[in-house]
Write a protein that binds this ligand. Structure first.
Ligand SMILES: Nc1ncnc2c1ncn2[C@@H]1O[C@H](COP(=O)(O)OP(=O)(O)OP(=O)(O)O)[C@@H](O)[C@H]1O
Length: 270
């Protein structure tokens, strides 16, 4: 079932603000290990879509299913079984389980994703504790390993993100979101607001980690270069609707919708 069923399957999904839709009629499948970029101008519905997928906003029409894994109590040799969840019907407890064990969220603003006055090591160790890790020295060494992996100097482990640069904060946020081994990570403009050179290094790091860990990612960006660099497929949004989707290279090299052509050509000229 796991090889034939997408991790996330979105059908006719929409979210309404009052009597207006923030996004509507969104359809796509996301497979394990696949990176999907959601691009479009400001107000096109990217954040609404991400909010809806990640259960922060209600699903007001359509459906979203997610293929969860559970430790098997009996039966299968690899100890894992798969179950298709209808996200609209999940209990709060089940949603919390997904956030603790299978889903990560990297925010544009690190302050939303980190505890700014807790040490970097503490920020990365917390999700392990939430997953039942109790041995302090093991938690610390795992956190240290992850901070090294995201290129935080080892002498900064006991410092709080409040004292870090923007790029370092994002790297700690990434470590905090990957340390527990999620399968699906949502990213909301993770590199915007940083200097261009810092952005490039961070993107490289994200790309490397995502490939190494085989993560599925939905990344929202207004920057087509970000989509080009890290995504396999791209959805282009305008006025709350998906107006084009396909393999990223195809969408960016041979855009079919006039709006995508405009977006691509404005980058080339810009
Ligand atoms: N809380 C809200 N209440 C009412 N309307 C909203 C709200 N949030 C967003 N919208 C509307 O929904 C539409 C999509 O907005 P959304 O924020 O998803 O776009 P976006 O592509 O993420 O834009 P940006 O890149 O600026 O974040 C817009 O018309 C916006 O005005």
């Amino acid at each position: 079932m796991n090889n034939e069923t997408p991790l996330l399957s979105v059908t006719g999904a929409g979210h309404r603000y009052g009597d207006r839709f923030g996004c509507r009629d969104v359809n796509f499948d996301l497979w394990p290990g696949e990176v999907l970029a959601v691009v479009g101008e400001s107000g096109s519905g990217k954040s609404t879509l991400l909010g809806m997928l990640s259960q922060r906003l209600t699903l007001d029409e359509g459906s979203i299913s997610y293929l969860t894994t559970r430790e098997s109590s009996a039966g299968r040799e690899d100890g894992t079984e798969f179950e298709l969840l209808d996200l609209a019907t999940l209990s709060e407890r089940e949603v919390r389980r997904l956030w603790r064990t299978e889903w990560g969220f990297v925010h544009q603003n690190a302050a939303e994703g980190l505890r700014m006055h807790v040490s970097a090591g503490g920020n990365v160790g917390e999700p392990l504790m939430a997953n039942g890790w109790r041995n302090y020295s093991k938690i610390r060494s795992e956190a240290e390993m992850w901070l090294r992996r995201v290129e935080i100097p080892s002498d900064r482990i006991d410092d709080a993100p409040a004292t870090f640069s923007g790029g370092m904060r994002q790297r700690v946020q990434i470590a905090r979101n990957l340390v527990f081994g999620p399968r699906l990570v949502f990213m909301d403009e993770p590199t915007s607001g940083l200097d261009v050179s810092v952005q490039a290094r961070l993107l490289d790091l994200i790309r490397q980690l995502v490939a190494e860990l085989g993560l599925a990612v939905v990344i929202v960006t207004h920057d087509l270069a970000v989509a080009r660099l890290i995504s396999h497929r791209t959805l282009v949004m305008k006025d709350g609707a998906v107006i084009e989707s396909g393999l990223t290279d195809r969408v960016l090299d041979d855009p079919q919708a006039p709006y995508t052509q405009l977006l691509v050509s404005s980058i080339l000229q810009g």
